[in-house]
Ligand binder design. Structure first.
Ligand SMILES: Nc1ncnc2c1ncn2[C@@H]1O[C@H](COP(=O)(O)OP(=O)(O)O)[C@@H](O)[C@H]1O
Ligand SMILES: O=C(CO)[C@@H](O)[C@H](O)COP(=O)(O)O
Length: 469
C-alpha cells in the first residue's frame, strides 16, 4: 500500500510517496515557497500541487492515504466564504512582539504557562491575531475562522469541505488551547481579538480519518489529521525516551518526547503536544540554516565551501563569537535583535574563522536549548540531528563537542514528510499505534572532545556583553 506525506514548511513543500509496509520512500519531489514572513497561502497550495503531482507521477501504484505536516503557528485567517482575509503571518514574523508582551503583562507568565503551556512570544498565533485586531480592525472584523498552515493545506486537498479540522500537536502552538484538557480556550482567542469570536477547527485524534482527497491524482485517498512540522518529524523518527532532536531548518528546533504536559514559566520551553497523544516540549530559535547560507554568501562560497572552511579553523574560531540573531530572535526573546560578531582582530579575521564562527554560533543556541530541556527534567541520552543544515559535514563534526553528548545523524531524509506519511498510514490502518518504520543513521560519539566548553563560555560572555543576558 502506498501513502503520501507532505511537508509544507517555511522554505518549501516536500512530497514523499512511501510504501506503508516497509517505510521505504519510493518517490519524492519538492517545490519552493516565496521568501518573506508573510505569505499568501495560495503559494503553499501551488507548491503542494506541483510537488504532489511530480511525486505521484513516479509512484508505482495508487495512493491510499495522505497527511500534511506544516510549519507551526502561522495565522491563516478566513472570511465567511473561506477566502483568506490577508496574507498569512508566519511563525518567524516578529511584528506582534508588543502584543505578546501585553498578553504576558495582563495574565502573568505563570498563569499563561499553566493554562496554555506557553508564555507568548511573537511566533505564537494568538499574538498575531491580537496584532490584527489592533492594527487592521477591518480585516479582523471579516475573520470568520482561523486555521494553521497544515490545516489549510489539508482542507484544500479535501476540496474545501464544510468541515475544518486540526490536531492537538499544532493546536498546542496557538496560545488558545489547553494541553492539559486537550480543548480550545475560545475565551483566550476572543480576548486577543477584541471580543471577536471566530470559529476554530474541530480537534481530531492523532489517527483520525479527517476527510477524503479530491485532488486529481490522489482522489479518494484517506486524509489524516496532519500536524505541525516538528511533531511530524518526531513521529517520522520514532523517538525513544532520552532522544533529543535538534532540527536545523529555517528554525532551530530542539525537542524531546514526554509523557506529561510541561509549563515553563520562563517561556524558554514551549509545552507542545505531539502527534501520538503525548507531549513534545520544544525550544525554538528563529536563526538556524540561513545563518550558514548567509555566511557562505558573504564569503563568496557555497554551503560545501563554507563547511570546508569551517573545518580548517580551530575550535573557538580564533576568538570569534557570532551571535546569529539575523532575523531577530525568539529564544532568547530578543525580537528586535540583530547579529553580532565579537572578538575580531587583524590576526583572526580569516574566512576559515568566520565560517567556523557561523557554525559554532548556530550550534551554541541549540546547546543552550538542550540545557533548557534538561533543566525541565528531560533525560538527554543522545541528540538526533535533522533538517537541511544537518547535511553539513562541519555541523556534523562540530555538534558533539558543543552538545557534550553523542550525536546520531539519521540518514538524510525528509523526516517531516516521512512522519506525515506515517500518520497517513496510521489513519488508514485504524490501528492503535503508528507503524514502526526503520530509520538508519550514523553515530558521532562525543568521546573526550571537551573543546565545546570554552566555545560555549565565550559565546555566553558575548551574549551577556551585548544583550545583558
Ligand atoms: N549541506 C548543507 N549545509 C548547510 N545547509 C544546508 C545544506 N543543505 C541544505 N541546507 C539548508 O537547509 C535549509 C532548508 O532546510 P529545511 O529543513 O528543508 O528547512 P524548512 O523545513 O525550514 O523549509 C536551507 O536554508 C538550506 O540552505
Ligand atoms: O515555530 C516553530 C516551532 O515552534 C518552527 O519550528 C516552525 O514550525 C517552522 O519550522 P521550519 O520550517 O523551520 O521547519
Amino acid at each position: 500500500m502506498l501513502v503520501l506525506g507532505i511537508d509544507s514548511s517555511t522554505q518549501s513543500t516536500k512530497a514523499l510517496v512511501v510504501d506503508a509496509d516497509s517505510g521505504e520512500v519510493v518517490a519524492e519531489a519538492k517545490a519552493s515557497h516565496p521568501d518573506g514572513t508573510e505569505v499568501n497561502p495560495a503559494a503553499w497550495w501551488e507548491a503542494a500541487q506541483s510537488a504532489i503531482g511530480e511525486a505521484v507521477a513516479q509512484a508505482p501504484g495508487r495512493i491510499e492515504a495522505v497527511s500534511v505536516g506544516g510549519q507551526q503557528h502561522g495565522m491563516v485567517a478566513l472570511d465567511e466564504r473561506g477566502e483568506v482575509v490577508r496574507d498569512a503571518l508566519l511563525w518567524n514574523d516578529t511584528r506582534s512582539a508588543p502584543q505578546a508582551a501585553e498578553l504576558t503583562e495582563r495574565h502573568g507568565a505563570k498563569e499563561l504557562a499553566s493554562r496554555t503551556g506557553l508564555v507568548p512570544v511573537a511566533s505564537f498565533t494568538i499574538t498575531k491575531l491580537a496584532w490584527l485586531a489592533q492594527n487592521e480592525p477591518a480585516n479582523a472584523d471579516r475573520v470568520a475562522q482561523v486555521l494553521l498552515p497544515h490545516d489549510w493545506v489539508g482542507w484544500q486537498l479535501a476540496g474545501r469541505p464544510e468541515r475544518t479540522w486540526t490536531d492537538h500537536g499544532d493546536a498546542s502552538g496557538t496560545g488558545y488551547y489547553s494541553p492539559t484538557t486537550g480543548e480550545w480556550l475560545p475565551e483566550m482567542l476572543a480576548e486577543a481579538m477584541g471580543g471577536r469570536t471566530p470559529k476554530l477547527p474541530e480537534l481530531l485524534a492523532p489517527n483520525a480519518k479527517a476527510a477524503v482527497a479530491t485532488l486529481p491524482g490522489i482522489e479518494g485517498a484517506t486524509i489524516g489529521v496532519g500536524t505541525g512540522d516538528n511533531m511530524a518529524a518526531a513521529l517520522g523518527l520514532g523517538l525513544q525516551p532520552g532522544d533529543v532532536v535538534v532540527s536545523l531548518g529555517t528554525s532551530g528546533a530542539v525537542f524531546v518526547p514526554a509523557e506529561q504536559p510541561s509549563a515553563d514559566e520562563t517561556g524558554i520551553v514551549a509545552g507542545f503536544c505531539d502527534a501520538t497523544g503525548r507531549y513534545l516540549p520544544l525550544v525554538c530559535t528563529l536563526n538556524a540554516a540561513r545563518v550558514l547560507s548567509s555566511t557562505a554568501q558573504v564569503l563568496g562560497t557555497d554551503l560545501e565551501g563554507l563547511s570546508r572552511l569551517a573545518l580548517q579553523a580551530e575550535p573557538g574560531s580564533g576568538g570569534l563569537s557570532l551571535l546569529p540573531y539575523l532575523e531577530g530572535e525568539r529564544t532568547p526573546n530578543l525580537p528586535d535583535a540583530t547579529g553580532t560578531l565579537t572578538g575580531l582582530t587583524g590576526a583572526n579575521m580569516t574566512p576559515q574563522n568566520l565560517a567556523r564562527a557561523a557554525v559554532e554560533g548556530m550550534l551554541c543556541g541549540m546547546a543552550d536549548a538542550i540545557d533548557a530541556l534538561r533543566d525541565t527534567g528531560a533525560e538527554v541520552r543522545r541528540v538526533l540531528l535533522i533538517g537541511g543544515a544537518a547535511r553539513s559535514e562541519a555541523v556534523q563534526a562540530i555538534a558533539p563537542g558543543l552538545f557534550g553528548v553523542d550525536v546520531h545523524i539519521p540518514d538524510p531524509a525528509e523526516y517531516v514528510a516521512l512522519g506525515a506519511a506515517k500518520q497517513a498510514a496510521w489513519a488508514h490502518s485504524g490501528a492503535d499505534t503508528p507503524p514502526d518504520w526503520p530509520v538508519a543513521g550514523t553515530s558521532h560519539p562525543v568521546g573526550d572532545d571537551t573543546s565545546g566548553t570554552a566555545v560555549r563560555a565565550a559565546y555566553a560572555a558575548a551574549r551577556h556583553q551585548v544583550h545583558g543576558i
